[in-house]
Ligand binder design. Structure first.
Ligand code: URA
Length: 237
């Protein structure tokens, strides 16, 4: 098996990023540094290490959904000392290299996928794949059909128009409009900035679905492993 595939199966990173580790001279096979991407390893008998730490295939990858509460960052560690989504997994998976697939802002809540499968994470995040992401946003006051249409047909963010998207008014109560927005891009703070472009501030933002994967009734702060049909769906993307 090719060295990069082997390393990806150990959950080190995506195959592409594992190639970089090889080229950087950080990978050894049977205690000898390997620099060639064409290196083959025998998973049964070869001893492989990264930065001198032995690595082993993890067998089955983990696919987890989390209902991220606001007030958490989507990184594995934070230099500002803020709480990370990893803390919510409560050490249930010791020794597993699990990382979030993409990000939700500190103040955004809802569906976040986490996995050990770097290849799958890269595919999900690649703009070419145009995976839909569904959000519910709340803004104060009513919103006009004209403004909803502006969001639907695309608004300029940093001089580049957002792609056409689905926007639906879900309801209006207690002076708040609840709006569902389905986008296929993942630009920085996209939903909040789309509303800012029509001079409206988002006061609440929650992601409810990624493609066909739905958050459903998972409680805030809770997580669960994906069901087989859900992870199979993701693997086909
Ligand atoms: N759009 C935002 O503005 N924030 C998020 O966290 C995700 C999408």
């Amino acid at each position: 098996m090719r060295i990069n595939k082997f390393l990806a199966e150990c959950g080190i990173a995506s195959r592409r990023n594992c190639e970089a580790l090889v080229l950087e001279g950080r990978v050894k096979v049977n205690n000898k540094k390997v620099l060639k991407l064409a290196t083959d390893v025998d998973p049964e008998s070869d001893l492989v290490s990264v930065d001198d730490k032995p690595v082993k295939p993890i067998g089955k990858h983990l696919y987890i959904m989390l209902n991220k509460p606001k007030g958490y960052v989507c990184t594995t560690s934070d230099e500002l000392g803020r709480k990370t989504v990893m803390e919510l997994l409560k050490d249930k998976y010791p020794g597993k290299r699990i990382f979030p697939v993409g990000r939700l802002d500190f103040d955004t809540e809802g569906l976040l996928l986490l996995t050990t499968d770097g290849d799958l994470a890269n595919r999900l995040m690649h703009p070419r794949n145009e995976i839909s992401k569904t959000y519910v946003a709340k803004i104060e006051g009513e919103i006009s059909e004209a403004d909803l249409n502006k969001l639907r047909s695309g608004v300029e963010l940093d001089g580049v128009k957002t792609k056409k998207c689905k926007v639906k008014l879900l309801g209006f109560d207690e002076n708040m409009s609840r709006i569902e927005v389905v986008i296929t891009e993942g630009r920085n703070r996209q939903v909040r900035r789309m509303f800012e472009s029509i001079n409206r501030d988002v006061v609440f933002l929650k992601r409810t679905a990624i493609g066909d994967i739905k958050l459903g009734g998972l409680y805030r702060g809770n997580f669960r492993e994906l069901k087989a049909n859900e992870s199979e769906y993701l693997k086909k993307i």
